[in-house]
Write a protein that binds this ligand. Structure first.
Ligand code: FDA
Length: 514
């Protein structure tokens, strides 16, 4: 306590006054003099761009083990003029869950991560600090034929992921993670705890896709589990430029969003230094598919609906859905011996990263695909990745206003542009970020317009941000808000005004008050 900045001493005394005596909060509070402070801070940092000595650090970190700790953190931060950054899995691409430019604390939900799966009612309660891998593992433990439609990387946290939508290979059949949330437990800006009924339908709507960190701290989510066959088919097919990749990618745009809802067929383009072979950089296109059925049926269906693709049985595996999540995440297409890696919270590598996103409404010409290909070959870039995610099917049936996530009917697919590089060297950072921005610029004529839309979970501060200090006007926030949420942005601002009029939960892209 003595080493804590004098002006914030009262904050420390406030915390125990507002939390349960049976769960002493002092056990889960880390100030910079605590020997575990740095390891607790760094454990869930997933982007080294925001882990430099000069990156602003929190005054303290709380890792609540009881909901009253979250309530105390909110009440005391509010009364002492501190900001809160809530962290679940720490995957925010702009580090917004653990960096702020005003005195702040981190509420890190790493200890709030229990999962209870109910296979009688096909539902689960999952706490925000759980990872997607933990959720999938617990579902797989109880059932071969139940699943949950969420993201691909198992270390992603439930809290941020569900808050921004959350897509994975089941999105064409079942929509986003947020589309399958049926109740939630949340601590609001006054430190009050609510379930769906007491928070009201406006707030319940806003937290299912309106982006994390704006409306409160979601402690837990009740989700609907979805049926899958006992065996599903996954395939991975690599194509390159010497072959017919450009032609097949071009044709894919006309087909992928119209395929049967049981088929997901996405593409990952890779290039850069990592795919250097014999001194020549060889970008490749990997087509990933998940089919809710047997391999023979998938091969037969695609041979008529997408003959140019030429899927062969040898590129596919029939596995349980739970196994498919691990195989797809690892990128190594072979059967797995243990599902335990799904429980691992730490990814195999952690790099500095940058991401941008786009949505496509009209197929892009072959020349544009060739232009992308050229850029994947050029420049000293370590690990560029372009992810093409097909929409259609269930995604087109859900109305634009059902949840804040507005990119529904009319969208053929989404592109994520990602780069990752080792270390924190400034030159490397500038080179990689410039490469991504140049590619984004190049894509302008081919992607959605007025506004050019983007995915909030692929957080990108290039598209606009709130003022670091002082209020941000509705007009200024609309620049990025309309891109992420379309016409839903207005309703998000209305909800924010209603539930957090003093703008307590804020960050560079939090929903502003009026
Ligand atoms: P993190 O803890 O950083 O939180 C993200 C944001 O939500 C922050 O603003 C934070 O304050 C807020 N927040 C966190 N917990 C909250 C809570 N309990 N209540 C309220 N606000 C909260 N996306 C996708 O749709 N499909 C995918 O397959 C992938 N794959 C993927 C792989 C990798 C390696 C990365 C880095 C990211 C993805 N993503 C993704 C994007 C991912 O969905 C997005 O970054 C999520 O917001 C991450 O959630 P975390 O809880 O991990 O992040």
């Amino acid at each position: 306590v003595s080493a804590f900045p004098h002006e914030h001493q009262n904050f420390l005394h406030c915390l125990p006054e507002h939390s349960s005596k049976s769960y002493p909060i002092s056990k889960v509070v880390y100030t910079p003099i605590n020997s575990s402070y740095s390891s607790v801070l760094n454990f869930s940092i997933r982007n080294f761009r925001f882990s430099k000595p000069e990156t602003p650090k929190p005054l303290l970190i709380i890792t609540p083990s009881h909901v009253s700790h979250i309530q105390a953190a909110v009440i005391c931060s509010k009364s002492h003029g501190l900001q809160i950054r809530t962290r679940s899995g720490g995957h925010d691409y702009e580090g917004l869950s653990y960096v702020a430019y005003r005195p702040f604390i981190i509420v890190d939900l790493i200890n709030i991560r229990s999962i209870s799966v109910d296979i009688v009612n096909n539902t689960a309660w999952v706490e925000s600090g759980a990872t997607l891998g933990e959720l999938y593992y617990r579902i797989g433990e109880k059932s071969r034929t139940l699943a949950f439609p969420a993201g691909i990387c198992p270390t992603v946290g439930v809290g941020g992921h569900f808050s921004g939508g959350g897509y994975g290979f089941l999105l064409r059949k079942y929509g986003l993670a947020a589309d399958n949330v049926i109740d939630a437990y949340l601590v609001d800006a006054n430190g009050m705890a609510h379930d769906r009924e007491s928070m009201g339908e406006d707030l319940f709507w806003a937290i299912r896709g309106g982006g994390g960190g704006s409306f409160g701290i979601v402690v837990a989510w009740k989700v609907k589990l979805v049926p899958v066959p006992a065996l599903v088919t996954i395939c991975s097919t690599i194509k390159n430029l010497e072959g017919d990749a450009v032609k097949v990618i071009h044709q894919w745009q006309y087909v992928a969003n119209k395929l049967h809802e049981d088929i997901f067929l996405g593409i990952v383009l890779t290039g850069g230094n990592t795919s250097t072979q014999g001194g020549i950089k060889k970008p490749t296109a990997t087509f990933y598919s998940l089919f809710l059925g047997k391999v023979d049926e998938l091969v037969a269906t695609l041979s008529t609906t997408f003959p140019e693709f030429g899927l062969i049985k040898k590129d596919c595996l029939e596995v349980r859905w739970i196994e498919s999540t691990l195989i797809i995440a690892s990128g190594v297409f072979q059967t797995v011996e243990s599902l335990k890696p799904l429980l691992n919270r730490t990814p195999s590598t952690i790099d500095s990263t940058k991401i941008k996103s786009d949505y496509i409404k009209k197929p892009i010409p072959k020349a544009a695909i060739e232009g992308i290909w050229q850029r994947l070959k050029a420049g000293d870039i370590e690990a560029p990745q372009l992810v093409f995610v097909p929409y259609g099917a269930r995604m087109s049936q859900i109305s634009e206003s059902e949840t804040p996530f507005s990119h529904r009917a009319g969208y053929l697919y989404k592109i994520g542009y990602m780069v990752g590089w080792k270390g924190q060297n400034l030159k490397a950072k500038n080179r990689h970020i410039s490469w991504t921005r140049e590619l984004y610029e190049y894509m302008t004529p081919f992607v959605s317009k007025s506004p050019r839309t983007a995915y909030v979970n692929y957080r990108d501060l290039d598209i606009g941000s709130n003022n670091k200090y002082g209020k941000t006007s509705y007009k200024q926030a609309s620049i990025w808000g309309l891109k992420y949420f379309g016409n839903n942005f207005k309703r998000l601002v209305y909800v924010k005004n209603k539930v957090d009029p003093h703008d307590f939960f804020r960050h560079e892209q939090s929903i502003p008050t009026l």
